[in-house]
Ligand binder design. Sequence first.
Ligand SMILES: [Zn+2]
Length: 180
Amino acid sequence: MTATHVNGIAVVEDQPTKSGISRDGVQVTFTQTRHLLLADGTEIYGCQSCDYTSPNSLSIRPHLKVHKDRAPKSEKARPTGAPVSQPTSAVPSGSTRAASTLTGTDLASLNLGQLVERAHLTEQMRAQRDTARAETAAVRRELVDQKDRTATERSRREGWQNRAEKAEKKLLGMRALLQP
Ligand SMILES: [Zn+2]
């Protein structure tokens, strides 16, 4: 509320302050800076929102910040309160992150029993691979030996070829499994 009295002297007239600036031929007025006329004929400038007055019209505009800051301050109180709730919501997200690492097949997360089981499985696969490799080698040797055998023996050789192909496929499969 604009001052109604200044130093005990009544304000007899309250007008928006003429800025002295014209925009598009229209005189610009500062409605928040009041141009006051006191009962004794003194001209003074006052704030629209409070009883602040000044003989200098230019000192009213900087003063208006007081009223602008008051509203944003109370609104700013909410955002500063909001982050407080964020760390509490971050706790469940942190626990899910820990759970996801546990479900991952990370070697570090396996217990001793699981590691032994895995090692045993790998050994088993190696043994199978070695057997397949040995069989492939045997079949190849057999094929070389039978190179000049008769037609009756060719069918037997084809049987060996099937075995060789199967063994080689098995080897490829083993190799894929053993790759880290
Ligand atoms: Zn004021």
